[in-house]
Design a protein around this ligand. Structure first.
Ligand SMILES: Nc1ncnc2c1ncn2[C@@H]1O[C@H](COP(=O)(O)OP(=O)(O)OP(=O)(O)O)[C@@H](O)[C@H]1O
Length: 587
């Protein structure tokens, strides 16, 4: 399955504006009550704004023309109260929709983050962390801006425009048609230009993601950068990404601002038409001054919201581009589903069996070729072979970090795909080549993912550690369980990190423990300690040791050579050395 979000985004069929609006609205569908109140508020606001010009026209023709100033004062008071109520409704809906937008942002970020937690390793291989962070943080915020600031204004503007349009046509049909012709041009222009605007924003968001990926990569590798004095190289790369972002942001800014001047020009044309045509009609006694004043106000009431719509439309295009980038993550399924099987767990056969397994990370590039092997309970196996031969990949399939392209992996006689993630991780303990630690204490790190001892106090946990023969490892840490660890573990040594990962895996008491170069950074004395601990594991625990150092695998019951994606049995340590010396390999 292809998990590259940038490629997937391009391959997706184009969604219509209406479909995109529908999916965006679904995000806030549970906010019906608030939406309804905000809608009533904005419609009330529009109605009050629409009544204004009519009352002004009426005041001029009825009271101003006849010099009845008492009436003028009364209507001025009515207008003032109306405008105050309109101000309040506008403030109220803004406040309400701000809350709706923030809650949507909260839920959406949670949803995307939770989705990221269930996606397989292949997804993270195909995407850069920086880009993912940008999608979770930045792109979701664009959708929030649309909901908090634009949606109700959008509806309010359309309501005001529709009302004003009706007034324009009812007061004088010929003048109304003349006033509305520029609006048709605006609609046509919008339809033609919108896809381009959306695309420009999508490109810009993608470049923000690219820039964030650069930052993440250089911050994550700062030691190597300093050690190799490659600051210039990364500075250059960041500058390129920044330059790209600058260019695309300029493009998006230009696209986003294209609506406003065009809308303004066409609405000014409409006002001018109304003015000239209105004066002509007054000259021919077909229209009154009061009506022309109302008419001009309605034309303003029609074209002002239209101008506002230009900005709102841009915000909608930006939100849609953001939604495309976020929804592509939400639409992904894990390619590691739990499958139904009639097979029963069988303790009689091997603990792990690989049957004709083929695997590749990328389509068309096979890494493991037709692997078949059986690993028995309680035995110690070693995978040895040259760098890049496929040892970690084979172990990853045993831990189901990936599924084979063809063939099966059986755990306790049952397809590994039929176990839930919880069942599987209980049975398989995997100490990775590069152990990852979380910010917290040694205790929090060794209990990571361990429900059994999660609530244990230090004394009780120390007892458990003692029973698991791990106490000698704990003494290596200055403050024992309470020793502080930072994310990535820079406050402690690489060997210490490996020890924490080792304790984490052993305490879970798995059926199979995989150690991928787990002692590469540990001194020989500590290594001997680990050896003792491994020997004292329950008699049924199977151990798989991936190692380059021969002394690490001396006690293995069986050694496998893993080379160029092929796995061959080499027998015991003595057999393997013997075969190596003779340059002979048997399967
Ligand atoms: N995430 C990945 N995406 C694409 N190819 C990969 C990925 N991980 C490993 N490979 C490729 O798969 C092959 C086997 O790699 P693997 O890590 O299994 O080797 P290894 O025997 O464990 O090596 P080492 O001793 O260096 O740890 C290599 O050619 C490597 O380039």
């Amino acid at each position: 399955m292809n998990y590259n979000l940038n490629q997937l985004g391009q391959q997706r069929p184009k969604t219509s504006t209406l479909a995109a609006l529908k999916s965006l609205l679904q995000l806030i569908s549970h906010e019906r009550r608030n939406l309804l109140i905000a809608l009533v508020a904005i419609l009330l606001n529009s109605t009050l704004n629409l009544l204004g010009p009519y009352l002004i026209g009426h005041t001029i023709d009825t009271y101003v023309v006849h010099k009845q100033y008492h009436g003028v004062l009364v209507f001025a008071g009515i207008l003032l109260s109306m405008y105050l109520v309109a101000l309040f409704t506008s403030y109220f809906q803004t406040k309400l929709m701000g809350g709706v937008g923030q809650r949507m942002l909260f839920t959406l970020r949670n949803e995307v983050f939770q989705k990221l937690q269930v996606l397989p390793v292949g997804f993270f291989n195909a995407n850069k962390a920086g880009d993912l962070i940008s999608r979770v943080n930045n792109d979701t915020d664009k959708i929030n801006s649309f909901f908090s600031q634009s949606l109700m204004q959008f509806i309010g503007s359309i309501a005001t425009m529709t009302g004003a349009g009706i007034f324009l046509l009812v007061i004088n049909i010929r003048l109304g048609v003349a006033a509305l012709v520029p609006a048709v041009l605006i609609v046509l222009f919008t339809r033609i230009v919108s896809p381009w605007v959306k695309k420009k924003n999508a490109v810009n968001m993608s470049s923000v993601g690219g820039m964030s990926a650069e930052i993440q990569e250089s911050l994550g590798n700062f030691k190597v950068i300093i050690a190799f004095n490659r600051r210039d190289y990364f500075r250059q790369r960041f500058q390129t990404a920044n330059q790209q972002n600058y260019t695309t942001a300029k493009g998006a800014g230009l696209a986003n601002n294209i609506f406003v001047p065009v809308y303004s020009m066409l609405s000014s044309m409409a006002q001018l038409t109304v003015l000239l045509y209105g004066i002509y009609l007054i000259a021919h006694q077909e229209f009154s001054v009061g009506l022309l004043v109302s008419y001009l106000a309605y034309a303003t009431n029609f074209y002002n919201p239209l101008r506002q719509l230009a900005a709102l439309w841009t915000s909608f295009q930006v939100a849609m581009a953001g939604w495309d980038r976020v929804s592509v993550i939400l639409s992904l399924d894990t390619n590691l589903p739990v499958m139904e099987t009639a097979e029963e767990v069988s303790a009689a056969g091997p603990l792990i069996e690989l049957k004709n397994v083929h695997f590749g990370y990328l389509p068309g590039k096979e890494i493991l070729h037709n692997i078949s092997l059986q690993l028995q309970r309680g035995k110690t196996y070693a995978f040895v072979g040259p760098t890049g031969g496929g040892k970690t990949t084979t172990a990853s399939l045993i831990a189901r970090l990936y599924d084979p392209v063809s063939g099966t992996v059986l755990l306790d006689g049952k397809d590994i795909r039929s176990y839930t993630a919880t069942e599987r991780t209980k049975k398989v303990g995997f100490i990775l080549q590069e152990p990852f630690l979380f910010t917290g204490t040694v205790k929090e790190n060794i209990l990571y993912g361990n429900e059994q001892y999660a609530a244990y106090r230090n004394e009780a946990l120390e007892e458990v550690i003692k029973n698991a023969n791990l106490q000698s490892l704990l003494t290596i840490f200055e403050n024992g369980l309470e020793t502080k660890v930072t994310s990535g573990g820079d406050s402690i040594s690489l060997g210490q990190k490996q020890l924490i990962a080792f304790m984490r895996a052993v305490l879970r008491n798995p059926d199979v423990l995989i150690l991928d170069e787990a002692t590469a950074n540990i001194d020989t004395v500590t290594e001997q300690l680990l050896e003792d601990i491994l020997n004292k594991l329950p008699a049924t625990t199977t151990r798989i040791i991936i190692a380059h150092r021969l002394n690490t695998i001396e006690n293995a019951d069986e050694i496998y050579f893993v080379n160029s994606g092929e796995v061959t049995r080499a027998g015991s340590f003595e057999d393997a050395v013997d075969k190596l010396l003779k340059g002979k390999r048997v399967s």
